[in-house]
Write a protein that binds this ligand. Structure first.
Ligand code: BES
Ligand code: ZN
Ligand code: ZN
Length: 473
């Protein structure tokens, strides 16, 4: 995909025309009338003879624009056209928003074909700003910014889509190192010996049966005069078989997506330097594979986390929270005086039951902070919703023999009890600084929606970059 600014339309280019209404005086009226075209949201009509693609566009909403252009791009990919021309100033009543237009193109064009013979068709898009209210220099800047963000989203999609035999903790650590080198970040990798020395036995137990050694990845972005400091933690389960509490055949398929939280952290860290954000950001990933074997950790085991708390294992498939528990302790021990601590994880199937496939859950003790995050997310089109705590959940993780169990006896409110488990590893002084993101729903797309093709979506990247941008601007 190539997107450039330019006011010249080449003869072989197909022009995408957005229509708010059907003007009887227009040159296309007869054609569209005959083909039965109606101005409905995203209705589409191709005129192959005239190299034009018409798209019904009633709204000026940024998300609608991304979804509309995604539909047009998909349609054009089926044809032999490879050059596309779009004018921002459509007519007196409609000027397209530049950034969402570009974002819709770049995110919907994504295909994962590393394992296919066929390659993604290379489209060339020219966007004309003639007669628009935009200045060219501003558009150039905006284009670079959107390209950068989308390339990070697409990087996360590539990582999450890569099968578990080709993507395991060591590969994730290598990717982190490569990003650090390219983006001028500090990168520290802690191997199993190091984890043992730190007392991170909850995390270590989860990865014990895997032939791939667990890694803790710690990336740091430190600009000259940071206005804030935040810590991001990601669940990087490069595969979740469920462990001895083995998943069923069907629910195991797509569990390569269990690294989506950690991968989102890589995506976010990949953009900070280029976006020049004045915020110190620590990205910490627990990269682990949850497998079965003679050495596997077991239901009934009692694990001691880094902060000394003991956990009775009831279900080895609730492994993400064990990894995150130690990573949260590590972050609070190593990093001082941060403003916020966020964790991203495909933590519970219950979250999908509660909110569906498109929405991430926000959980934590700071309502204002969750509202602020929701505002940033809304700006980007990522969907989030807050799930509530209440007093009646208290005690649901009590253990007869340890400080807590890793799963509540009841499945109800599973995303809430999972985050209450994590809460045990948040120090008192940090309670209001913490928000947990359960991205189990949107992280992996089973049925394409909006501008998300099948597979990983890159959930979390756009919303967190926007949050940081707003925080330090
Ligand atoms: N990785 C899964 C959660 C998940 C499910 C992510 C579906 C994406 C799609 C997590 O480790 C898990 O297995 N959670 C269990 C918790 C249960 C044992 C309390 C679940 O959701 O069933
Ligand atoms: Zn699991
Ligand atoms: Zn998991």
């Amino acid at each position: 995909m190539e997107i450039k600014l330019g006011n010249k339309k080449t003869v072989d280019a197909v022009e995408i025309i957005f229509l708010k209404k059907l003007d009887k005086k227009s040159s296309y009226y007869n054609f569209l009338e005959k083909s039965g075209f109606k101005i409905e949201k995203n209705s589409i009509c191709f005129n192959y003879e005239k190299n034009r693609l018409y798209i019904g566009f009633k709204s000026k909403d940024k998300e609608d624009l991304k979804i509309s252009i995604a539909k047009a791009i998909k349609e054009i990919k089926k044809t032999n056209f490879s050059n596309i021309f779009i004018t921002l100033k459509q007519d007196d009543s409609l000027e397209l928003d530049f950034a969402p237009l570009v974002e819709g193109i770049l995110l919907s064009d994504y295909e994962f074909n590393r394992y296919k013979k066929s390659e993604n068709k290379k489209l060339k898009v020219t966007i004309s700003y003639e007669k628009s209210s935009y200045e060219k220099s501003l558009l150039e800047k905006e284009l670079e910014k959107v390209k950068n963000i989308c390339s990070s989203v697409n990087l996360v999609r590539d990582i999450v889509n890569t099968p578990p035999d080709d993507y395991y903790p060591e590969i994730m650590a290598n990717d982190a190192k490569a990003i650090a080198k390219k983006e001028n970040l500090k990168c520290k990798i802690i191997d199993e010996d190091g984890l043992e020395k730190l007392g991170m036995n909850a995390m270590l137990s989860v990865g014990r049966a895997s032939r791939h050694k667990s890694k803790l990845i710690h990336l740091t972005y430190k600009p000259k005069n940071p206005k804030a400091k935040i810590v991001l933690i990601g669940k990087g389960l490069t595969y979740d078989s469920g462990g001895l509490s083995l998943k069923g055949a069907e629910s195991m398929v797509t569990m390569k997506c269990d690294k989506a939280g950690g991968s989102a952290i890589l995506g976010i860290m990949n953009s900070l330097n280029t976006l020049n954000l004045d915020c110190e950001v620590h990205g910490i990933i627990g990269a682990v594979e949850n497998m079965i074997g003679g050495d596997a950790y077991k239901p009934d085991d009692v694990l001691t986390a880094k902060n000394g708390k003991t956990i009775e294992v009831k279900n080895t498939d609730a492994e993400g929270r064990l990894v995150l528990a130690d990573c949260l302790c590590y972050a609070q021990d190593e990093i001082k005086d941060f403003n916020y601590i966020f964790d991203f994880a495909t933590l519970t199937g219950a979250c999908i039951v509660a909110l569906g496939n498109h929405t991430s859950a926000l959980l934590g003790h700071n309502e204002k902070l969750k509202t602020k995050i929701k505002k940033a997310a809304d700006e980007t089109g990522e969907l989030v919703a807050s799930l509530p705590y209440n007093r009646y959940f208290q005690g649901s993780l009590n253990s007869e023999i340890a400080d807590m169990v890793n799963t509540a006896a009841s499945r109800s409110g599973g995303s809430i009890t999972a985050s209450l488990f994590l809460d045990n590893f948040i120090e008192k002084k940090n309670k209001k600084k913490w928000v947990h993101f359960d991205i189990a729903g949107p992280a992996f797309v089973h049925k394409p929606w909006g501008y998300n093709p099948y597979g990983a979506s890159g959930a979390g990247v756009r919303l967190m970059l926007k949050f940081i941008e707003d925080l330090v601007k």
